[in-house]
Ligand binder design. Structure first.
Ligand code: AMP
Length: 547
Protein backbone atom coordinates (compact mmCIF):
# COMPACT_ATOMS: atom_id res chain seq x y z
CA UNK A 1 0.00 0.00 0.00
CA UNK A 2 1.24 3.49 -0.74
CA UNK A 3 -0.51 6.54 0.63
CA UNK A 4 -2.52 8.58 -1.83
CA UNK A 5 -1.01 11.96 -2.62
CA UNK A 6 -4.40 13.66 -2.92
CA UNK A 7 -5.26 16.52 -0.58
CA UNK A 8 -7.74 15.68 2.12
CA UNK A 9 -10.02 18.54 1.11
CA UNK A 10 -13.36 18.69 2.91
CA UNK A 11 -16.51 18.40 0.79
CA UNK A 12 -18.63 21.00 2.53
CA UNK A 13 -21.41 23.48 1.90
CA UNK A 14 -19.03 26.44 2.31
CA UNK A 15 -17.10 25.12 -0.71
CA UNK A 16 -20.32 25.12 -2.77
CA UNK A 17 -21.06 28.66 -1.60
CA UNK A 18 -17.55 29.93 -2.40
CA UNK A 19 -17.67 28.41 -5.86
CA UNK A 20 -21.05 29.92 -6.72
CA UNK A 21 -20.14 33.33 -5.35
CA UNK A 22 -16.77 33.55 -7.05
CA UNK A 23 -17.14 31.68 -10.32
CA UNK A 24 -20.84 32.36 -10.96
CA UNK A 25 -21.31 35.56 -9.00
CA UNK A 26 -23.44 37.06 -11.77
CA UNK A 27 -25.94 34.18 -11.95
CA UNK A 28 -29.25 35.05 -10.39
CA UNK A 29 -31.85 33.94 -7.90
CA UNK A 30 -35.14 35.31 -9.24
CA UNK A 31 -38.10 35.27 -6.84
CA UNK A 32 -41.60 35.63 -8.27
CA UNK A 33 -43.67 38.30 -6.58
CA UNK A 34 -47.04 37.38 -8.00
CA UNK A 35 -46.97 39.78 -10.95
CA UNK A 36 -44.96 42.85 -11.78
CA UNK A 37 -41.20 42.72 -11.59
CA UNK A 38 -39.76 39.66 -9.84
CA UNK A 39 -37.15 40.17 -7.15
CA UNK A 40 -33.61 39.56 -8.39
CA UNK A 41 -30.37 38.90 -6.56
CA UNK A 42 -27.06 37.71 -7.94
CA UNK A 43 -25.30 34.73 -6.43
CA UNK A 44 -22.68 37.21 -5.16
CA UNK A 45 -25.45 39.08 -3.32
CA UNK A 46 -26.95 35.85 -1.98
CA UNK A 47 -23.50 34.82 -0.72
CA UNK A 48 -22.96 38.21 0.94
CA UNK A 49 -26.33 37.89 2.67
CA UNK A 50 -25.48 34.35 3.72
CA UNK A 51 -22.39 35.80 5.38
CA UNK A 52 -24.52 38.43 7.14
CA UNK A 53 -27.07 35.85 8.22
CA UNK A 54 -24.34 33.64 9.69
CA UNK A 55 -23.05 36.66 11.63
CA UNK A 56 -26.53 37.41 12.93
CA UNK A 57 -27.19 33.81 13.92
CA UNK A 58 -23.85 33.58 15.72
CA UNK A 59 -24.80 36.75 17.60
CA UNK A 60 -28.07 35.05 18.60
CA UNK A 61 -26.00 32.26 20.15
CA UNK A 62 -26.15 29.68 17.37
CA UNK A 63 -23.10 27.46 17.77
CA UNK A 64 -21.79 24.63 15.59
CA UNK A 65 -24.22 21.73 15.63
CA UNK A 66 -27.21 23.83 16.72
CA UNK A 67 -30.38 23.47 14.65
CA UNK A 68 -31.81 26.43 12.76
CA UNK A 69 -35.19 25.81 11.17
CA UNK A 70 -36.78 27.46 8.16
CA UNK A 71 -40.53 27.78 7.67
CA UNK A 72 -40.45 29.36 4.25
CA UNK A 73 -41.50 29.21 0.64
CA UNK A 74 -38.94 28.92 -2.14
CA UNK A 75 -37.36 32.35 -2.17
CA UNK A 76 -34.07 34.23 -1.94
CA UNK A 77 -33.93 34.35 1.85
CA UNK A 78 -34.53 30.62 2.07
CA UNK A 79 -31.60 30.16 -0.30
CA UNK A 80 -29.45 32.36 1.91
CA UNK A 81 -30.31 30.15 4.90
CA UNK A 82 -29.49 27.05 2.83
CA UNK A 83 -25.92 28.33 2.70
CA UNK A 84 -25.44 30.32 5.89
CA UNK A 85 -26.63 27.70 8.36
CA UNK A 86 -24.59 24.67 7.23
CA UNK A 87 -21.57 26.75 6.23
CA UNK A 88 -21.33 28.18 9.77
CA UNK A 89 -21.36 24.62 11.11
CA UNK A 90 -24.97 24.67 12.31
CA UNK A 91 -27.71 22.40 10.95
CA UNK A 92 -30.47 23.61 8.65
CA UNK A 93 -33.86 22.07 9.40
CA UNK A 94 -36.32 22.73 6.59
CA UNK A 95 -39.83 22.53 8.05
CA UNK A 96 -42.71 21.34 5.92
CA UNK A 97 -45.19 24.21 6.05
CA UNK A 98 -48.11 21.90 5.34
CA UNK A 99 -47.75 19.57 8.31
CA UNK A 100 -50.55 19.26 10.82
CA UNK A 101 -49.82 21.37 13.92
CA UNK A 102 -49.13 18.27 16.07
CA UNK A 103 -46.54 16.96 13.63
CA UNK A 104 -44.97 20.37 13.18
CA UNK A 105 -44.54 20.85 16.93
CA UNK A 106 -43.26 17.29 17.21
CA UNK A 107 -40.49 17.73 14.66
CA UNK A 108 -39.37 21.17 15.90
CA UNK A 109 -39.03 19.69 19.38
CA UNK A 110 -37.55 16.40 18.21
CA UNK A 111 -34.90 18.30 16.25
CA UNK A 112 -34.43 20.74 19.14
CA UNK A 113 -34.58 23.76 16.85
CA UNK A 114 -33.01 26.82 18.48
CA UNK A 115 -33.99 29.48 15.96
CA UNK A 116 -36.84 29.47 13.43
CA UNK A 117 -36.66 31.64 10.30
CA UNK A 118 -40.20 32.22 9.03
CA UNK A 119 -41.75 34.03 6.06
CA UNK A 120 -44.17 36.72 7.22
CA UNK A 121 -46.95 35.18 5.13
CA UNK A 122 -46.50 31.94 7.07
CA UNK A 123 -46.53 33.50 10.56
CA UNK A 124 -50.19 32.54 11.15
CA UNK A 125 -49.41 28.89 10.37
CA UNK A 126 -46.41 28.78 12.70
CA UNK A 127 -48.30 30.69 15.37
CA UNK A 128 -50.68 27.76 15.74
CA UNK A 129 -47.91 25.84 17.54
CA UNK A 130 -45.95 28.70 19.09
CA UNK A 131 -47.04 27.74 22.61
CA UNK A 132 -45.61 24.25 22.12
CA UNK A 133 -42.00 25.04 21.19
CA UNK A 134 -40.14 25.30 24.49
CA UNK A 135 -36.64 25.07 23.00
CA UNK A 136 -36.98 27.84 20.43
CA UNK A 137 -34.93 30.85 21.55
CA UNK A 138 -35.65 33.26 18.70
CA UNK A 139 -37.94 33.78 15.72
CA UNK A 140 -36.60 35.59 12.68
CA UNK A 141 -39.31 36.93 10.38
CA UNK A 142 -38.65 37.50 6.68
CA UNK A 143 -40.62 40.48 5.32
CA UNK A 144 -42.52 43.31 6.98
CA UNK A 145 -45.82 41.53 7.55
CA UNK A 146 -47.51 41.17 10.92
CA UNK A 147 -45.42 39.09 13.34
CA UNK A 148 -47.70 39.75 16.32
CA UNK A 149 -49.00 36.18 16.67
CA UNK A 150 -45.45 34.98 17.39
CA UNK A 151 -44.89 37.59 20.11
CA UNK A 152 -47.29 35.63 22.26
CA UNK A 153 -44.85 32.74 22.64
CA UNK A 154 -44.72 31.67 26.28
CA UNK A 155 -40.89 31.55 26.46
CA UNK A 156 -40.64 35.21 25.65
CA UNK A 157 -38.37 34.29 22.73
CA UNK A 158 -37.60 37.48 20.80
CA UNK A 159 -39.18 37.99 17.39
CA UNK A 160 -36.76 39.75 15.06
CA UNK A 161 -36.76 40.95 11.46
CA UNK A 162 -34.50 39.16 9.01
CA UNK A 163 -33.54 42.27 7.06
CA UNK A 164 -32.82 44.33 10.17
CA UNK A 165 -30.57 41.61 11.55
CA UNK A 166 -28.67 41.34 8.29
CA UNK A 167 -28.25 45.11 7.96
CA UNK A 168 -26.13 45.10 11.11
CA UNK A 169 -23.67 42.46 9.87
CA UNK A 170 -20.67 42.20 7.56
CA UNK A 171 -20.90 40.20 4.34
CA UNK A 172 -17.57 38.40 4.75
CA UNK A 173 -18.23 35.77 7.36
CA UNK A 174 -15.18 33.69 8.25
CA UNK A 175 -16.53 30.22 7.45
CA UNK A 176 -15.13 27.73 9.93
CA UNK A 177 -13.56 24.43 8.96
CA UNK A 178 -16.16 21.71 9.44
CA UNK A 179 -15.82 17.96 9.39
CA UNK A 180 -17.34 16.85 6.08
CA UNK A 181 -19.05 13.99 7.89
CA UNK A 182 -20.84 16.31 10.30
CA UNK A 183 -24.50 17.27 9.92
CA UNK A 184 -25.36 19.99 7.38
CA UNK A 185 -29.12 19.73 7.19
CA UNK A 186 -32.08 17.83 8.47
CA UNK A 187 -35.35 16.90 6.82
CA UNK A 188 -38.18 14.80 8.21
CA UNK A 189 -40.05 12.26 6.15
CA UNK A 190 -43.63 13.19 5.43
CA UNK A 191 -44.90 10.82 8.12
CA UNK A 192 -47.95 9.64 6.23
CA UNK A 193 -47.60 6.40 8.19
CA UNK A 194 -46.62 7.08 11.79
CA UNK A 195 -44.44 9.86 13.14
CA UNK A 196 -42.08 11.63 10.73
CA UNK A 197 -38.49 10.41 10.90
CA UNK A 198 -35.50 12.74 10.69
CA UNK A 199 -32.88 12.26 7.99
CA UNK A 200 -29.63 14.12 8.64
CA UNK A 201 -27.55 14.97 5.57
CA UNK A 202 -23.82 15.48 6.01
CA UNK A 203 -21.71 18.11 4.25
CA UNK A 204 -20.09 15.33 2.29
CA UNK A 205 -23.40 13.77 1.19
CA UNK A 206 -24.72 17.21 0.25
CA UNK A 207 -21.64 18.03 -1.83
CA UNK A 208 -21.59 14.68 -3.60
CA UNK A 209 -25.32 14.82 -4.27
CA UNK A 210 -24.97 18.33 -5.71
CA UNK A 211 -22.24 17.08 -8.06
CA UNK A 212 -24.59 14.27 -9.06
CA UNK A 213 -27.31 16.83 -9.87
CA UNK A 214 -24.87 18.34 -12.35
CA UNK A 215 -24.17 15.04 -14.01
CA UNK A 216 -25.89 14.50 -17.36
CA UNK A 217 -26.97 11.06 -16.08
CA UNK A 218 -29.22 12.85 -13.60
CA UNK A 219 -30.43 16.43 -13.97
CA UNK A 220 -27.49 17.84 -15.92
CA UNK A 221 -27.99 21.53 -15.15
CA UNK A 222 -25.47 23.98 -16.56
CA UNK A 223 -24.79 27.70 -16.43
CA UNK A 224 -27.01 28.12 -19.50
CA UNK A 225 -30.04 26.92 -17.52
CA UNK A 226 -32.68 28.85 -15.68
CA UNK A 227 -34.17 26.33 -13.30
CA UNK A 228 -37.67 26.77 -11.94
CA UNK A 229 -37.65 24.99 -8.58
CA UNK A 230 -41.34 24.20 -8.10
CA UNK A 231 -40.47 21.39 -5.71
CA UNK A 232 -40.52 23.01 -2.26
CA UNK A 233 -37.24 23.68 -0.49
CA UNK A 234 -38.68 21.72 2.45
CA UNK A 235 -39.13 18.65 0.25
CA UNK A 236 -35.73 16.95 0.38
CA UNK A 237 -33.61 20.04 -0.28
CA UNK A 238 -35.64 20.95 -3.36
CA UNK A 239 -34.17 17.80 -4.91
CA UNK A 240 -30.66 19.28 -4.80
CA UNK A 241 -31.38 22.18 -7.18
CA UNK A 242 -30.17 25.07 -4.96
CA UNK A 243 -26.76 23.54 -4.33
CA UNK A 244 -26.58 22.27 -7.90
CA UNK A 245 -27.24 25.80 -9.14
CA UNK A 246 -24.36 27.25 -7.13
CA UNK A 247 -21.98 24.61 -8.45
CA UNK A 248 -23.11 25.01 -12.07
CA UNK A 249 -24.04 28.68 -12.24
CA UNK A 250 -27.59 27.92 -13.34
CA UNK A 251 -30.00 30.75 -12.55
CA UNK A 252 -32.62 29.77 -10.00
CA UNK A 253 -36.28 30.66 -10.46
CA UNK A 254 -38.10 30.66 -7.12
CA UNK A 255 -41.92 30.74 -7.22
CA UNK A 256 -42.48 31.83 -3.61
CA UNK A 257 -46.06 31.06 -2.57
CA UNK A 258 -47.30 31.30 -6.15
CA UNK A 259 -47.65 27.64 -7.04
CA UNK A 260 -50.84 27.93 -9.09
CA UNK A 261 -50.49 27.05 -12.79
CA UNK A 262 -51.29 30.61 -13.89
CA UNK A 263 -48.31 31.94 -11.92
CA UNK A 264 -45.92 29.13 -12.78
CA UNK A 265 -46.62 29.39 -16.48
CA UNK A 266 -46.36 33.18 -16.48
CA UNK A 267 -43.03 32.89 -14.66
CA UNK A 268 -41.77 30.39 -17.24
CA UNK A 269 -42.91 32.55 -20.14
CA UNK A 270 -41.53 35.82 -18.78
CA UNK A 271 -38.23 34.63 -17.37
CA UNK A 272 -37.68 31.93 -19.99
CA UNK A 273 -37.10 29.04 -17.58
CA UNK A 274 -35.26 26.20 -19.30
CA UNK A 275 -35.87 23.41 -16.79
CA UNK A 276 -38.38 22.74 -14.08
CA UNK A 277 -38.91 20.10 -11.41
CA UNK A 278 -42.19 19.15 -9.75
CA UNK A 279 -44.35 16.28 -8.55
CA UNK A 280 -46.78 14.80 -11.10
CA UNK A 281 -49.85 16.55 -9.60
CA UNK A 282 -48.30 19.98 -10.33
CA UNK A 283 -47.38 18.97 -13.88
CA UNK A 284 -50.94 17.68 -14.33
CA UNK A 285 -52.36 20.97 -13.08
CA UNK A 286 -50.25 22.87 -15.63
CA UNK A 287 -51.46 20.57 -18.36
CA UNK A 288 -55.10 21.01 -17.36
CA UNK A 289 -54.64 24.80 -17.24
CA UNK A 290 -53.19 24.74 -20.75
CA UNK A 291 -56.22 22.97 -22.14
CA UNK A 292 -58.26 26.15 -22.18
CA UNK A 293 -55.62 28.68 -23.24
CA UNK A 294 -52.36 29.04 -25.12
CA UNK A 295 -49.26 28.66 -22.97
CA UNK A 296 -45.76 29.66 -23.95
CA UNK A 297 -43.55 26.91 -22.56
CA UNK A 298 -41.17 27.13 -25.50
CA UNK A 299 -38.19 28.08 -23.33
CA UNK A 300 -38.29 24.76 -21.43
CA UNK A 301 -35.72 22.30 -22.72
CA UNK A 302 -36.85 19.70 -20.21
CA UNK A 303 -38.64 18.94 -17.01
CA UNK A 304 -38.25 16.42 -14.25
CA UNK A 305 -41.04 14.71 -12.38
CA UNK A 306 -40.55 12.75 -9.19
CA UNK A 307 -41.96 11.90 -5.82
CA UNK A 308 -44.67 9.69 -7.28
CA UNK A 309 -45.23 7.74 -10.49
CA UNK A 310 -46.00 10.02 -13.44
CA UNK A 311 -49.00 8.85 -15.46
CA UNK A 312 -48.16 7.98 -19.05
CA UNK A 313 -50.65 10.52 -20.43
CA UNK A 314 -48.73 13.24 -18.66
CA UNK A 315 -45.52 12.44 -20.50
CA UNK A 316 -47.36 11.99 -23.80
CA UNK A 317 -49.44 15.16 -23.65
CA UNK A 318 -46.55 17.42 -22.64
CA UNK A 319 -44.58 16.12 -25.58
CA UNK A 320 -47.49 16.42 -28.05
CA UNK A 321 -48.65 19.86 -26.99
CA UNK A 322 -45.43 21.57 -25.99
CA UNK A 323 -42.62 19.40 -27.32
CA UNK A 324 -41.52 19.09 -23.71
CA UNK A 325 -39.83 15.87 -22.67
CA UNK A 326 -40.43 15.20 -19.01
CA UNK A 327 -37.97 12.80 -17.45
CA UNK A 328 -39.03 10.85 -14.41
CA UNK A 329 -36.83 10.40 -11.41
CA UNK A 330 -37.07 8.39 -8.26
CA UNK A 331 -35.93 9.26 -4.79
CA UNK A 332 -36.83 9.59 -1.14
CA UNK A 333 -36.11 11.87 1.78
CA UNK A 334 -33.73 9.10 2.85
CA UNK A 335 -31.83 9.25 -0.46
CA UNK A 336 -31.11 13.03 -0.60
CA UNK A 337 -33.20 12.38 -2.89
CA UNK A 338 -31.73 11.40 -6.26
CA UNK A 339 -31.62 7.63 -6.72
CA UNK A 340 -32.13 7.50 -10.45
CA UNK A 341 -33.50 9.29 -13.52
CA UNK A 342 -35.19 7.55 -16.43
CA UNK A 343 -33.27 8.83 -19.46
CA UNK A 344 -33.88 6.41 -22.35
CA UNK A 345 -30.83 4.52 -23.63
CA UNK A 346 -28.99 5.71 -26.75
CA UNK A 347 -30.63 4.95 -30.06
CA UNK A 348 -34.18 5.56 -28.88
CA UNK A 349 -35.87 8.17 -31.04
CA UNK A 350 -37.39 10.99 -28.95
CA UNK A 351 -41.13 11.33 -29.41
CA UNK A 352 -41.75 7.67 -30.23
CA UNK A 353 -43.89 5.35 -28.09
CA UNK A 354 -40.69 3.46 -27.29
CA UNK A 355 -39.21 6.67 -25.91
CA UNK A 356 -42.23 7.09 -23.63
CA UNK A 357 -41.94 3.44 -22.55
CA UNK A 358 -38.43 4.18 -21.28
CA UNK A 359 -39.48 7.41 -19.64
CA UNK A 360 -42.21 5.50 -17.82
CA UNK A 361 -39.48 3.68 -15.90
CA UNK A 362 -39.01 5.14 -12.43
CA UNK A 363 -35.32 5.63 -13.10
CA UNK A 364 -31.98 4.18 -14.02
CA UNK A 365 -29.70 3.62 -11.04
CA UNK A 366 -27.85 6.87 -10.33
CA UNK A 367 -24.06 6.91 -10.55
CA UNK A 368 -22.88 6.65 -6.96
CA UNK A 369 -25.90 4.68 -5.76
CA UNK A 370 -26.14 0.90 -5.50
CA UNK A 371 -29.48 -0.84 -5.78
CA UNK A 372 -30.84 -4.36 -5.45
CA UNK A 373 -34.21 -6.03 -5.14
CA UNK A 374 -34.95 -8.71 -2.58
CA UNK A 375 -37.78 -11.12 -1.92
CA UNK A 376 -39.79 -11.38 1.31
CA UNK A 377 -36.97 -13.44 2.89
CA UNK A 378 -34.34 -10.86 1.98
CA UNK A 379 -32.80 -12.98 -0.80
CA UNK A 380 -31.54 -11.05 -3.83
CA UNK A 381 -33.60 -11.31 -7.00
CA UNK A 382 -32.26 -11.17 -10.57
CA UNK A 383 -32.03 -8.01 -12.66
CA UNK A 384 -34.30 -9.41 -15.35
CA UNK A 385 -37.01 -6.76 -15.54
CA UNK A 386 -39.67 -9.19 -14.33
CA UNK A 387 -38.79 -10.41 -10.82
CA UNK A 388 -40.65 -8.19 -8.34
CA UNK A 389 -39.19 -7.42 -4.93
CA UNK A 390 -38.46 -4.69 -2.43
CA UNK A 391 -35.88 -2.17 -3.58
CA UNK A 392 -32.87 -1.65 -1.34
CA UNK A 393 -30.22 1.02 -1.84
CA UNK A 394 -26.90 2.12 -0.40
CA UNK A 395 -24.45 4.85 -1.22
CA UNK A 396 -22.77 8.05 -0.02
CA UNK A 397 -26.02 10.06 -0.01
CA UNK A 398 -28.32 7.32 1.33
CA UNK A 399 -29.20 7.45 5.02
CA UNK A 400 -27.95 4.71 7.33
CA UNK A 401 -30.22 5.54 10.27
CA UNK A 402 -32.63 8.23 11.47
CA UNK A 403 -32.15 11.15 13.82
CA UNK A 404 -32.36 9.83 17.40
CA UNK A 405 -33.99 6.70 16.01
CA UNK A 406 -31.80 3.91 14.65
CA UNK A 407 -34.92 2.12 13.23
CA UNK A 408 -33.14 -1.18 12.54
CA UNK A 409 -36.22 -2.53 10.76
CA UNK A 410 -35.57 -0.03 7.96
CA UNK A 411 -32.16 -1.48 7.15
CA UNK A 412 -30.88 -4.81 5.90
CA UNK A 413 -27.15 -5.59 6.03
CA UNK A 414 -26.26 -1.93 5.56
CA UNK A 415 -28.81 -1.35 2.80
CA UNK A 416 -31.81 0.98 3.19
CA UNK A 417 -35.11 -0.83 2.73
CA UNK A 418 -37.03 1.65 0.62
CA UNK A 419 -40.50 0.23 1.16
CA UNK A 420 -40.90 0.42 -2.63
CA UNK A 421 -41.62 -2.67 -4.66
CA UNK A 422 -40.51 -3.06 -8.23
CA UNK A 423 -38.42 -4.66 -10.93
CA UNK A 424 -34.96 -3.87 -12.25
CA UNK A 425 -33.57 -4.84 -15.64
CA UNK A 426 -30.12 -5.83 -16.83
CA UNK A 427 -29.16 -2.21 -17.52
CA UNK A 428 -30.28 -0.85 -14.16
CA UNK A 429 -33.63 0.59 -15.24
CA UNK A 430 -36.05 0.08 -12.39
CA UNK A 431 -39.80 0.29 -12.22
CA UNK A 432 -41.66 0.97 -9.02
CA UNK A 433 -44.90 -0.97 -9.10
CA UNK A 434 -46.07 -0.06 -5.60
CA UNK A 435 -45.26 0.84 -2.06
CA UNK A 436 -45.07 -2.26 0.14
CA UNK A 437 -48.08 -0.94 2.00
CA UNK A 438 -50.10 -0.16 -1.14
CA UNK A 439 -49.64 -3.33 -3.15
CA UNK A 440 -52.90 -5.26 -3.51
CA UNK A 441 -52.61 -8.92 -2.57
CA UNK A 442 -55.31 -10.80 -4.39
CA UNK A 443 -55.55 -14.60 -4.28
CA UNK A 444 -51.83 -14.95 -3.53
CA UNK A 445 -50.88 -12.69 -6.48
CA UNK A 446 -49.90 -9.03 -6.43
CA UNK A 447 -51.76 -6.34 -8.32
CA UNK A 448 -49.89 -3.09 -8.99
CA UNK A 449 -52.04 -0.15 -7.95
CA UNK A 450 -49.67 2.17 -9.84
CA UNK A 451 -50.24 0.31 -13.10
CA UNK A 452 -54.03 0.43 -12.76
CA UNK A 453 -53.94 4.14 -11.91
CA UNK A 454 -51.75 4.81 -14.87
CA UNK A 455 -54.13 3.10 -17.30
CA UNK A 456 -57.18 4.73 -15.78
CA UNK A 457 -55.68 8.21 -16.02
CA UNK A 458 -55.18 7.60 -19.75
CA UNK A 459 -58.98 7.45 -20.17
CA UNK A 460 -60.16 10.75 -21.65
CA UNK A 461 -62.89 11.24 -19.01
CA UNK A 462 -60.61 10.62 -16.02
CA UNK A 463 -58.75 13.40 -14.19
CA UNK A 464 -57.36 11.38 -11.26
CA UNK A 465 -57.44 7.78 -10.17
CA UNK A 466 -56.14 6.10 -7.02
CA UNK A 467 -56.52 2.38 -6.49
CA UNK A 468 -56.49 0.79 -3.04
CA UNK A 469 -56.84 -2.78 -1.83
CA UNK A 470 -60.00 -3.51 0.14
CA UNK A 471 -60.71 -6.67 2.15
CA UNK A 472 -62.39 -9.44 0.21
CA UNK A 473 -63.62 -12.69 1.77
CA UNK A 474 -62.59 -14.85 -1.16
CA UNK A 475 -59.43 -13.22 -2.52
CA UNK A 476 -58.09 -11.55 0.63
CA UNK A 477 -57.96 -8.18 -1.11
CA UNK A 478 -59.44 -6.75 -4.26
CA UNK A 479 -58.78 -3.42 -5.97
CA UNK A 480 -61.13 -0.51 -5.40
CA UNK A 481 -60.68 2.25 -7.98
CA UNK A 482 -61.32 5.76 -6.66
CA UNK A 483 -61.92 7.91 -9.71
CA UNK A 484 -62.20 11.65 -10.22
CA UNK A 485 -63.83 12.51 -13.53
CA UNK A 486 -62.86 15.59 -15.52
CA UNK A 487 -65.31 18.44 -15.32
CA UNK A 488 -66.57 17.68 -18.80
CA UNK A 489 -65.92 13.94 -18.56
CA UNK A 490 -68.48 11.16 -18.35
CA UNK A 491 -67.80 7.48 -17.80
CA UNK A 492 -69.49 4.70 -15.86
CA UNK A 493 -67.72 2.08 -13.79
CA UNK A 494 -68.66 -0.53 -16.40
CA UNK A 495 -67.09 1.57 -19.17
CA UNK A 496 -63.89 2.06 -17.21
CA UNK A 497 -63.66 -1.64 -16.36
CA UNK A 498 -64.12 -2.45 -20.05
CA UNK A 499 -61.41 0.09 -20.89
CA UNK A 500 -58.97 -1.76 -18.62
CA UNK A 501 -59.76 -5.23 -19.91
CA UNK A 502 -57.34 -5.23 -22.83
CA UNK A 503 -54.65 -3.47 -20.81
CA UNK A 504 -54.18 -5.67 -17.76
CA UNK A 505 -54.86 -9.32 -16.95
CA UNK A 506 -58.57 -9.88 -16.49
CA UNK A 507 -58.28 -10.83 -12.82
CA UNK A 508 -56.53 -7.53 -12.12
CA UNK A 509 -59.43 -5.38 -13.33
CA UNK A 510 -61.12 -3.77 -10.29
CA UNK A 511 -64.70 -4.71 -9.63
CA UNK A 512 -65.13 -2.07 -6.92
CA UNK A 513 -65.47 1.55 -7.96
CA UNK A 514 -66.20 4.88 -6.40
CA UNK A 515 -66.39 8.37 -7.89
CA UNK A 516 -64.97 11.24 -5.85
CA UNK A 517 -64.52 15.00 -6.22
CA UNK A 518 -60.81 14.71 -5.55
CA UNK A 519 -58.15 12.27 -4.40
CA UNK A 520 -56.68 13.34 -1.03
CA UNK A 521 -53.06 14.58 -1.36
CA UNK A 522 -50.09 14.50 1.00
CA UNK A 523 -48.33 17.66 2.13
CA UNK A 524 -46.16 17.52 -0.97
CA UNK A 525 -48.97 16.82 -3.40
CA UNK A 526 -48.87 13.04 -3.79
CA UNK A 527 -51.94 10.82 -3.79
CA UNK A 528 -52.64 9.94 -0.17
CA UNK A 529 -54.22 6.53 0.12
CA UNK A 530 -54.48 6.33 3.93
CA UNK A 531 -57.58 8.57 4.06
CA UNK A 532 -59.15 6.64 1.17
CA UNK A 533 -58.79 3.38 3.09
CA UNK A 534 -60.31 5.01 6.16
CA UNK A 535 -63.18 6.50 4.15
CA UNK A 536 -63.86 3.08 2.72
CA UNK A 537 -63.71 1.38 6.13
CA UNK A 538 -66.08 4.02 7.53
CA UNK A 539 -68.47 3.59 4.63
CA UNK A 540 -67.93 7.25 3.77
CA UNK A 541 -68.38 6.78 0.04
CA UNK A 542 -70.68 4.80 -2.19
CA UNK A 543 -69.06 1.78 -3.81
CA UNK A 544 -70.35 0.35 -7.09
CA UNK A 545 -69.65 -3.17 -8.22
CA UNK A 546 -68.96 -4.13 -11.79
CA UNK A 547 -69.42 -7.63 -13.18
P1 AMP B 1 -40.60 11.21 0.03
O1 AMP B 1 -39.61 10.78 1.01
O2 AMP B 1 -41.78 11.92 0.64
O3 AMP B 1 -40.01 11.98 -1.08
O4 AMP B 1 -41.25 9.90 -0.61
C1 AMP B 1 -40.46 8.90 -1.21
C2 AMP B 1 -41.35 7.94 -1.93
O5 AMP B 1 -41.96 8.55 -3.05
C3 AMP B 1 -40.61 6.76 -2.52
O6 AMP B 1 -40.32 5.78 -1.57
C4 AMP B 1 -41.60 6.27 -3.57
O7 AMP B 1 -42.61 5.48 -2.99
C5 AMP B 1 -42.23 7.55 -4.06
N1 AMP B 1 -41.61 7.93 -5.34
C6 AMP B 1 -40.66 8.84 -5.55
N2 AMP B 1 -40.37 8.94 -6.86
C7 AMP B 1 -41.17 8.05 -7.51
C8 AMP B 1 -41.34 7.66 -8.87
N3 AMP B 1 -40.68 8.23 -9.87
N4 AMP B 1 -42.25 6.69 -9.13
C9 AMP B 1 -42.96 6.11 -8.15
N5 AMP B 1 -42.84 6.45 -6.85
C10 AMP B 1 -41.96 7.40 -6.52
Amino acid sequence: MIPSTMQDFPLDVAAILRHGARVHGGSECVTWTGGGEPHRATFAEVAANAGRLAGALARLGVRPGARVATFCWNNQEHLEAYFAVPAMGAVLHTLNIRLFPEQLAHIVNHADDQVVIVDDTLVPLLARVVDRLPAVEAFVVVGDGDAGPLEANPNGAPVMRYHELLAAEEPDHPWPAVDERSAASLCYTSGTTGDPKGVVYSHRSTFLHAMAVLSASLVGITEADRVLAIVPMFHVNAWGLPYGAFLSGATLHMPGPFLQPEHLTEFIARERSTLSSAVPTIWSAILAYGETRELDLSSLRGGTSGGAAAPRVLLERFEERYGLRIIQGWGMTETSPLGGMAFPPPGVEPGTPEDVDWRMKSGRVAPGVEMRIVDADGAELPWDGTAVGEIEVRGPWITGSYHRDPAPEKFHDGWLRTGDIGTIDGRGYFQITDRVKDVIKSGGEWISSVELENHLMAHPAVAEAAVIGVPDPRWDERPLACVVLREDGEATAEELAAFLRDKVARWQVPEYWTFLDEVPKTTVGKFYKGPLRKMHADGAFKVERTG
